[in-house]
Write a protein that binds this ligand. Structure first.
Ligand code: FAD
Length: 473
């Protein structure tokens, strides 16, 4: 009798692709048959950071992944439930000897993966975590004293020196799914009790669309990245949702950008290092998800003002660039990085509201939200996190930011149409128009568009006081 084919399970999570996926590549290389599986975990789809928009994106990515796997003779097995239990059951059904997955930096995922590793080991099955989320091994960089990095630039220098793994193509043939393995079906969004709140998603889901977007970006627009990445109405790749869900590999993207080699492409590679940096930070400081990284700021006093929080969430603060960013988020599930910084500074330093409220709102709507990136960036802008700068330097003046990064007003006019008729010289501070000018612009402040909810200069001083009071500076 011929020996039974050797079977491996590949557990997909945030790596919804077939190209350059070490877990899939190695499983296919070392086994006769691969069983790809995704486990819908309702603790994640329905938990604290549930998001209809992001879950819809994920389900669409999974549909595409199933197609890509079918073209390779296989298909995506779907289970709903506790991943540890479901994977163990699948391993038993299929007689698999090893389970592959892509390592993750988030504490929830790491605890879950440890539990699975233990359970597999006691059944005599091998756990084979593989890299695949980042450009490099984010656990590797060490400072001179052996610790993790807390400042970006030295991290980046160390990161540049790290070895890189080979970029893999997609496997050609994965072998058929064993007939005794039930394939299962993807749940619907409604079945998960969710509703997609984002009407015009900024990015298309799935690996084919993501690869197309990656190639289009690297064919030309990337060359202007160094000059244009801060332009609020364009200039960036919009690849973050694809990276978040692993529809493209950060390593492949980095390799292709380096091949391009233009100053814009190299500036883009440096930006990808920020993504690796925040994963490195969360790996070393999992408690950041619960508390301020900088101990001295754990006693910061935040206001509790649901009305102001709603004005911020809904883009009704009376500060055009803030409102434009918040409305872009609500409509598209994405916001330009510069706008994220502006609205983040505004929430924490002008409204004195807890950065965690901002983090939670972003988690609800962003297609690219991910704990390491969202938390790292929120703590950065709240001045409580890594890569610190004196807090009084990271207080953004929304009027000046708008004038500098949206000088022609395209961004504000697109997302805040009430301001479309306001002339450029008043666009970022429309409350300074006289009554006649407001009438002429078709935008009466307090009627067509809100008056500013706060006085920036006053709140700036108040923020400095609050930070100074706890920092001991
Ligand atoms: P590009 O400018 O084209 O950059 C390419 C890639 O580099 C991005 O896709 C991203 O993977 C990475 N990158 C760029 N800037 C950053 C950065 N500041 N930090 C980490 N990686 C970066 N990004 C997320 O992916 N998920 C989040 O949940 C998230 N939350 C954020 C919250 C706040 C308050 C702020 C200020 C930023 C946040 N960012 C987050 C970072 C950044 O805004 C987005 O990655 C970027 O806007 C994505 O757009 P892009 O793909 O066009 O970026």
């Amino acid at each position: 009798m011929p020996p039974a084919p050797s079977t491996a399970v590949v557990w997909f999570r945030k790596d919804l692709r077939v190209h350059d996926l070490p877990a899939l590549h190695d499983a296919a290389a070392d086994h006769d048959r691969v069983i790809p599986v995704f486990v819908v975990d309702e603790r994640l789809t329905g938990g604290r950071f549930a998001s209809g928009a992001r879950t819809r994106f994920m389900l669409d990515c999974l549909g595409d992944l199933d197609e890509a796997l079918k073209r390779r003779g296989s298909g995506l097995v779907v289970r709903v439930g506790d991943p540890v239990r479901e994977i163990l059951a699948l391993v038993g059904e299929a007689g698999a000897r090893s389970v592959y997955w892509t390592s993750d930096a988030a504490p929830f995922a790491r605890a879950r993966d440890r539990a699975l590793t233990e359970a597999l080991r006691s059944d005599g099955v091998e756990a084979r975590p593989r890299p695949g989320s980042y450009c490099a091994d984010v656990s590797a960089p060490r400072t001179g004293s052996g610790g993790s990095y807390a400042v970006f630039t030295p991290f980046w220098r160390a990161w540049e020196e790290l070895p890189r793994r080979e970029v893999h193509g997609a496997p050609r043939d994965l072998g058929p799914l064993p007939s005794k393995v039930r394939k299962g079906r993807l749940p619907t969004l409604e079945g998960l009790g969710l509703r997609d709140e984002v009407p015009e998603p900024a990015a298309r889901a799935g690996e084919p669309a993501a690869r197309e977007a990656m190639h289009a970006w690297l064919r030309g627009p990337v060359d202007d990245y160094a000059d244009r990445h801060d332009d609020l109405s364009g200039g960036t790749s919009l690849l973050s949702p694809a990276l978040r869900w692993g529809c493209i590999s950060a390593r492949e993207l980095e390799a292709k950008a380096r091949e391009r080699g233009t100053p814009g492409a190299m500036a883009f590679v440096r930006q990808l290092a920020w993504r690796d940096f925040y994963a490195h930070v969360l790996l070393a400081h999992p408690d950041n998800l619960r508390q301020e990284y900088q101990e001295r700021f754990r006693g910061l006093r935040w206001d509790d003002d649901p009305e102001l929080l709603d004005a911020w969430r809904e883009g009704r603060t009376g500060f055009p660039v803030v409102d434009a960013g918040m409305r872009q988020l609500a409509r598209t599930g994405w916001m330009h990085n510069r706008a994220r910084m502006i609205v983040g500074s505004f929430l924490t330093k002008d409204l004195h509201l807890d950065w965690r409220a901002g983090e939670a709102h972003f988690e609800r709507l962003l297609l690219d939200a991910e704990p390491s990136q969202n938390n790292g960036n929120w703590q950065w802008i709240a001045s409580t996190g890594v890569d610190p700068a004196p807090y009084f330097r990271r207080i953004f003046n929304p009027t000046l930011q708008g004038q500098k990064f949206d000088p022609g007003g395209d961004y504000v006019r697109r997302w805040v149409p009430e301001l479309a008729g306001v002339p450029d010289d008043h666009l970022h501070e429309p409350w300074r128009m006289s009554s006649e000018e407001q009438e002429a612009a078709g935008c009466v402040i307090g009627v067509d568009y809100p008056a500013p909810v706060v006085d920036h200069q006053h709140e700036r001083r108040a923020a400095v006081e609050r930070y100074r009071a706890v920092s001991g500076d």
